[in-house]
Design a protein around this ligand. Sequence first.
Ligand SMILES: [Zn+2]
Ligand SMILES: [Zn+2]
Length: 256
Amino acid sequence: MRITFLGTNGWYSTGTGNTICTLVDTGERYVLFDAGDGIRRLLDFAPDCSKPLDIFISHFHLDHIIGLHQLNRFNYPKIRIFVQPKGKKVIEFIVNSPFTDALQSLSNVGVFELALGKNRISDSLGSYTIDAEWLSHGDPCIGFRLEVANAGKKKAVAHCLDSGPCDAIKALSANADLLIAECGLVPEEEYDPAWPHMSPEIAAKLALEAKAKALALTHFAAHKYPALKDRKAACKAAKAIFSNTICASDGLALEI
Ligand SMILES: [Zn+2]
Ligand SMILES: [Zn+2]
């Protein structure tokens, strides 16, 4: 299973990175977590337009959904957008006139609400599971655990952002092959419950406690991480706690 970080900034795009978007190529299908500006490079890394695309949206802050206005660039046979409970009406409002082309005009696109807990996602190729739980953020936001059978082995990827530290992250990433977490705070920055994001140390502690096999840091706050070298400091701080930490940058790919 191949993970490619298409956009790794939080809040806004800069010369260092596009806003958040992460691609999982399961072999049979493409799965996308969030749809920030990074989606502009989707066809570079997901070129097989015979595969279906499932997009999971954590929440509706614009850095996570702004790329949805590019949906009409993509000719995958089926594009499904999965959102939090009661979230369908938000997508139907935003992906519509006068903001962009109307969703109804895109015959290959559908929007679906997830339930909390385990969701079985089925299509003509088979099925896989997505666990969804509320995280701790300023507006309602869900984290995911994707489980897919890949070449006879079950692989689990947790995607938990945006959020301050919470038990749901530990539950979703328990024994996962990879936890994808955020860096809204810089190393040693004190956690502020009024601005629920995580430092690299907090993310590393959660990965350790959850017994995840690897941690990928992404969603680096654009105003706090202006250059790639600033991300290296975050990675170093996280590695001191959880050694198998990867620092994402736009275009970075890894196999799990
Ligand atoms: Zn964000
Ligand atoms: Zn947010």
